[in-house]
Design a protein around this ligand. Structure first.
Ligand code: NAP
Ligand code: FE
Length: 374
């Protein structure tokens, strides 16, 4: 056995964890730059709690609530300028993966005079500002990963950057903040978390520790699938989903994602399909593709999810994906080829447990999207 495992984030998990651990906010300086979306911070109650704690501690703060979904380079550039002007000592990201990822990019740009495209070099002259994350969705796990996923208009897809210094210093996981999620967001983000655990489990980079975390994350998704279908969550289910998502983040910190995410990014970029939903669309065909090479692990995934086989998994996914329904997804054949070729250029596909070439990707995409192809 041989592996390296490292997570640099202090995790506070539990109801009221922000208020109960306010000393953590005093550790990183006297000026906090809060990064959030237009609504998520306020609706979830997380923004009020964070501001309350900062006020109590007499820490100056500024709320920057201009983060769009799937943040672009332009969006984080503006945020970086604002954080620098504010002379921020640290950054607090509040929201779903979009604001949390933007917070990480803004923390780098606030102290490095570089263009956002240079973030992807992953080498920064000055250490990024410390980041604290407060998730309001249960999906991305961004609160425990060093990654920031940004939309690359120049490449027609999304790309991530991150290094040891972009791990959040601390994260506060209070499942109460996820209660305001609309049903579709709850489902799509849970599917994102499931895809992290499954892609990590079926990654060439998987290792004993990440496998244990992935198995537990998958099992918890299985326990909560009825809650997700029925939009009925008690406090225990909310906790489990947030915990599942955190475990998924710890998994991909070590294994990265692979072909499901790479395919999904194109649907998000070109068709505006939410991230988790875009992943979910490809999961059944992805499992089928990998089955011969990872029988034991795939059977384990199905067992943990309490489904009888890949077909029943597909039925569960279809029911869930229907909830996060989106405007008609219609693709031309040429469009599909373009998406497959952009996916094939994504180095993330090399993480898949077995080699997936351009034709394999095209076939998986075709089979997954057959009802949408015109
Ligand atoms: P999101 O894009 O952050 O949010 C989706 C929508 O849900 C937004 O409209 C948001 O509102 C709303 N929302 C969030 N929390 C809410 C709450 N508690 N109550 C009501 N509305 C709420 O969604 P996400 O799926 O969490 O994040 C997706 C992003 O994360 C993608 O860019 C993806 O690529 C990235 N990602 C990152 C990692 C990583 O390791 N860093 C891993 C996977 C995915 P607002 O508009 O107000 O924000
Ligand atoms: Fe994801």
């Amino acid at each position: 056995m041989r592996f390296e495992f490292y997570i640099a984030t202090r995790v506070f998990f539990g109801r009221n964890c922000v208020k109960d651990n306010k000393a953590e906010f005093a550790k990183y300086g006297r000026r906090a730059f809060i990064v959030t979306g237009g609504r998520s911070g306020r609706l979830s109650g997380a923004l009020d709690d964070a501001i309350g704690v900062l006020d109590e501690l007499k820490i100056e703060h500024c709320v920057y609530d201009k983060i769009e979904n799937n943040p672009s380079l332009e969006c984080v550039k503006e945020g970086g300028v604002a954080a620098r002007r504010f002379k921020a000592d640290y950054v607090v990201g509040i929201g779903g993966g979009s604001p949390l990822d933007a917070a990480k990019a803004i923390a780098v740009l606030a102290v490095n005079c570089i263009e956002p495209v240079d973030l992807f070099k992953n080498v920064f002259e000055n250490k990024p500002l410390p980041v604290i994350c407060i998730p309001t969705t249960a999906g991305t796990g961004s609160e425990v990963t060093p990654y920031s996923v940004l939309t690359r208009k120049d490449m027609g897809t999304k790309k991530s950057f991150g290094n040891e210094d972009t791990f959040p210093k601390a994260s506060f996981l209070d499942a109460g903040y996820t209660e305001s999620m609309p049903h579709g967001v709850a489902v799509n983000t849970a599917i994102d978390a499931l895809s992290h655990a499954v892609e990590g489990y079926l990654s060439r980079k998987s290792m004993p520790v990440s496998d244990v975390l992935a198995e537990e994350s998958i099992r918890l998704f299985g326990e909560c699938s009825e809650n997700l279908l029925k939009n009925s969550f008690d406090s225990d289910a909310r906790d489990k989903l947030l915990y599942m998502s955190m475990l998924g983040g710890m998994v991909i910190t070590h294994t990265r994602t692979s072909i499901v995410h790479a395919m999904g990014y194109t649907l998000t970029y070109f068709k505006d399909i939410p991230h988790g939903k875009a992943n979910g669309i490809f999961m059944k065909e992805y499992l089928k593709f990998n089955y011969e090479h990872a029988r034991e692990k795939t059977d384990n995934i199905l067992r943990l999810l309490k489904v009888s086989g890949i077909e029943e998994f597909g039925v569960l996914m279809d029911r869930l994906l229907h909830i996060g329904a989106h405007d008609d997804l219609r693709l031309g054949k040429e469009e599909l080829k373009l998406f497959a070729s952009i996916t094939a250029d994504n180095p993330g596909i090399l993480n898949n447990i077995t080699h997936a070439g351009g034709q394999d990707i095209l076939r998986i995409m075709e089979a997954s999207l057959k009802q949408a192809i015109m």
